[in-house]
Design a protein around this ligand. Structure first.
Ligand SMILES: C[S@@+](CC[C@H](N)C(=O)[O-])C[C@H]1O[C@@H](n2cnc3c(N)ncnc32)[C@H](O)[C@@H]1O
Length: 261
């Protein structure tokens, strides 16, 4: 049994209907991972139940290591800090989505961020490589795509509806990740077929949004990988290859990795 101090149990604790409830439980501020009852399934096997992270990634492990400096990830964070210091990204998101019709029919606008440690883990689970074409669906500030581009030299496109995020991310990309571009568009209106690696933080999507998302998954090309957070798309050609609980700005969430048949 392993005890991990954790910051935010609520989402995990709720055992959301779309989120298979793991055997892990909270005791006060501690997440108890009962490892004996959760064997690690081998890769490439369908995983339909919870699997504790190994080791759990948390804010105590920001993912800052030698790569952070050698690969110039700090340049991305410096650029982002210039635009979004002191929680500005959350305020910008709130202003811009209440200004437009951003409540949208499918939800998904609630702002939250993927931690650096989770990004690294997701890229490892999805077997990112330099030949990948990354499509970040709902790219927010663009940090995930920018970091992925620096780490793996991959090319990619970030799709985001809020104009300030797109403008600032494009500025940073021009200087520090020239193989990336950011477009202001609805993720449901862009073509997904050109990507070999897709990421979408689907946590706040409504059921209707997930239904549309699942339908769009038909566009994903064979062999491409798709990563979603909290919610699972349903498409007969999507094979789930990994599942882990990782840390996001709101706490722990499930991450699902699929490969298109
Ligand atoms: C939870 S945030 C995730 C940000 C970033 N991808 C990350 O994981 O750190 C979701 C983002 O998706 C954007 N979004 C939501 N629905 C969208 C849509 N239909 N088209 C494009 N972007 C969308 C939101 O504006 C928000 O910035």
């Amino acid at each position: 049994m392993l005890r991990i101090q954790t910051k935010s149990p609520p989402l995990f604790e709720q055992g959301l209907p779309h989120n298979p409830r793991p055997a892990n439980r909270y005791a006060g501020d501690y997440l108890i991972l009962d490892r004996a009852s959760e064997p690690f399934p081998p890769r490439d096997h369908w995983v339909d139940r919870a699997r504790p992270t190994e080791p759990p990634l948390s804010y105590n492990d920001p993912g800052v290591n030698i790569d952070y400096f050698q690969r110039g990830l700090w340049r991305i964070d410096l650029g982002l800090a210039w635009h979004y210091a002191l929680g500005r990204a959350f305020r910008i998101s709130m202003c811009e989505r209440t200004r437009g019709d951003a409540a949208g029919p499918v939800g998904g606008f609630a702002y939250g961020e993927t931690s650096l440690a989770a990004m690294r883990r997701i890229l490892t689970l999805a077997e990112a490589c330099a030949t990948d074409t990354f499509l970040d669906l709902g790219s927010g500030t663009g940090r995930f795509l920018l970091i992925a581009a620096r780490l793996y030299d991959l090319e990619g496109t970030g799709v985001e509806l809020l104009p300030t995020f797109v403008r600032n991310a494009q500025r940073i990309a021009t200087r520090h990740a020239p193989r990336c571009q950011f477009v202001q568009a609805d993720l449901f209106s862009v073509d997904w077929s050109g990507a070999s690696l897709l990421y979408s933080n689907t946590t706040a999507f409504t059921d209707e949004g997930m239904a549309r998302f699942s339908e769009k998954c038909g566009e994903i090309r064979p062999g491409a990988r798709l990563v979603t957070v909290t919610r699972q798309p349903e498409h007969p050609d999507l094979i789930q290859v990994a599942y882990e609980m990782l840390e996001f700005s709101w706490g722990l969430s499930s991450v699902f990795v699929y490969r298109r048949r």
